[in-house]
Structure formats: structure tokens, C-alpha cells
Design a protein around this ligand. Structure first.
Ligand SMILES: C[S@@+](CC[C@H](N)C(=O)[O-])C[C@H]1O[C@@H](n2cnc3c(N)ncnc32)[C@H](O)[C@@H]1O
Length: 277
């Protein structure tokens, strides 16, 4: 996959992509990153890339021409058609489904804005879609572009040492990932769940599925509304919830007996602890 970054700071994105899985994807020839600086296409002694907004108001707006020339240079650098994505807080919110879709393109051109943003006419003419990395405003599109590069690079075939790990990640099947453990088995912070040490792959898969379902229910119930749960999933989730409720009840009973043994004893015998003998 080839990704071209149109930015006043293209080396910023390249730096972010130099490490770990994404860096390795580059070394393995699975990802080629190219930077295009609109300032190199700006005219005049000052190589201006921005100007004041018409209608007044604060800040500056990125000029059409340097950006258009940079995008065109990026397009022309490779005959493969490219999808042009403008990183913008006004775009569709990035999620794993969108990442998968973007990762499926042979070429992307990521346009990074600065200042108040980009002249709207440039967006209308050159941009295929706008993508946001969340409902907050960054000072520039470079961090957002780095997020896109990272997320799509790790999905390139051969980028991860074990392709299975991407399939098991959060959001891939609409659920959050299960918890993970490694050595040591026993630690002062707790023990590894026994099922993971059982060697029984079917049981482990079932436990992981249940943890995924349970965590999603606890942390992101909105995802569960969208997920297509099987009957077995529903049973696993019901068991998870029952177990949690039992643990909570046991916790309450334990606290009561610690704070007031008389009340706890009465609870067990059904007697009123305030009543005289
Ligand atoms: C200060 S922002 C401009 C915000 C713009 N005035 C608005 O309110 O929509 C400058 C640049 O940062 C990038 N940016 C800011 N927040 C972003 C986000 N949540 N997702 C993606 N890009 C973002 C965009 O490229 C944008 O052009």
C-alpha cells in the first residue's frame, strides 16, 4: 500500500510511522509513505500557504493553490488511482470498519490541515472523503494522519507476525477484546485464571468469548446493540452477569460481616439483631 501525506510537517507523520509494527511494515515493503509539503508548491519569496479568512474572524485559512499542486504532484507520482482523505473534525468518525475499508485501497492521499482549516473549494474539488479521529479539535491533521497510517498499516497482510491477533482485536467482531495474561502464573497482584492454564482449547475459546461479551456489556453496551449475538453468546453473557451479581452479593455480605458481625449473623439466622433475647 502507498500512502502520500500532504502536510506542512510530513516528516512528523513519517516519524510516527517509523516504529514497531508500522516501521516493520515499511521495512517489509508492505507500506510506502511519501510526504508532500504544500510550501514547496507555494509562490513568492515568503512561500505563503495561508491567508486571512474572507468575512473576517480569527485565524488563517490554507490556500487552495499550494495544496492543490501538492495533491496533484502526489497523484502524478504513481499511476495507481488514489483516494484522497482530508483529516477533519467534521469528517465521519474513524472506527475499525472504516480502517478496514481504507486499508483495502492500494493508495491513499492524506491531507492534513492547519490553522482554521482548508479553503472549502479545495475540499469540494479534490477530496473524496473527510475522516475525523474523534470529537475534539487538534491543531493539525498530522496526528490524525499518523493514527490512520498506523491503523491501516497493521492490517496489511504480513505486517503482523501473527495475523490472527488482528482478527481477535477489539471491534473486529463488534466486541471488545478479552483480557490477556502472561508470566508469571502467580504474582502478588493475582493469579492467571486457571482456565488459561488448562490446555483445553475449546474451554479457553469459550472463556475468552464470554469475557469479550461481558466486557463489552460492562464498558461499551452500545456495541452490544449492534452486535449479532448467537444464542450461545446470550447464554454466555447471562452466565457472566449472574457470576458478577453473585460476586457483588458476596462482597456486600463480606463487608457487612466485617463492619458488624451481629448484623451478618442475624442475616444468616434470620433473627433481628436489635431484638432482646
Ligand atoms: C484547528 S483544526 C481546524 C478546525 C476547524 N476550524 C473546525 O472547527 O472544523 C486544524 C486542522 O487539524 C485537523 N484536525 C483537527 N481536529 C481533528 C480531528 N478530530 N480529526 C481529524 N483531523 C483533525 C484538520 O486537518 C484541521 O484542518
Amino acid at each position: 500500500m502507498r500512502i502520500d501525506i500532504v502536510s506542512l510537517f510530513p516528516e512528523f507523520v513519517a516519524q510516527c510511522a517509523a516504529f514497531g509494527v508500522v516501521g516493520r511494515a515499511g521495512e517489509r515493503g508492505l507500506l510506502a509513505l511519501h510526504g508532500w509539503n504544500p510550501r514547496d508548491y507555494a509562490e513568492g519569496n515568503y512561500r505563503r500557504v495561508d491567508d486571512r479568512p474572507f468575512g473576517g474572524g480569527p485565524g488563517m485559512v490554507m490556500l487552495i493553490e499550494p495544496l492543490r499542486a501538492a495533491i496533484r504532484a502526489a497523484r502524478a507520482a504513481d499511476p495507481t488511482p488514489a483516494r484522497v482523505v482530508y483529516l477533519s473534525p467534521q469528517g465521519a468518525r474513524l472506527d475499525q470498519a472504516k480502517v478496514r475499508e481504507l486499508a483495502g485501497h492500494e493508495r491513499l492521499i492524506l491531507l492534513c490541515g492547519r490553522y482554521e482549516g482548508v479553503d472549502e473549494r479545495l475540499i469540494q474539488a479534490e477530496v473524496d472523503e473527510e475522516v475525523s479521529i474523534g470529537d475534539y479539535v487538534l491543531s493539525g491533521g498530522e496526528l490524525a494522519a499518523a493514527v490512520v497510517v498506523d491503523a491501516v498499516a497493521r492490517l496489511q497482510e504480513g505486517a503482523l507476525n501473527d495475523a490472527e491477533s488482528a482478527v481477535q482485536d477489539s471491534f473486529e467482531d463488534g466486541l471488545l477484546d478479552c483480557p490477556h495474561y502472561t508470566r508469571p502464573v502467580e504474582h502478588e497482584l493475582g493469579a492467571v485464571p486457571a482456565v488459561l492454564m488448562s490446555g483445553n482449547h475449546a474451554l479457553i475459546a469459550k472463556w475468552r468469548r464470554q469475557q469479550s461479551l461481558g466486557r463489552t456489556w460492562q464498558r461499551r453496551p452500545d456495541l452490544l446493540d449492534e452486535a449479532a449475538l448467537s444464542k450461545a453468546d446470550r447464554q454466555l453473557l447471562a452466565a457472566y452477569r449472574a457470576e458478577l451479581a453473585a460476586q457483588a452479593a458476596a462482597g456486600v455480605a463480606e463487608t457487612v460481616s466485617r463492619l458488624d458481625p451481629a448484623v451478618a449473623a442475624a442475616g444468616e439466622t434470620g433473627r433481628d439483631p436489635g431484638a432482646s433475647a
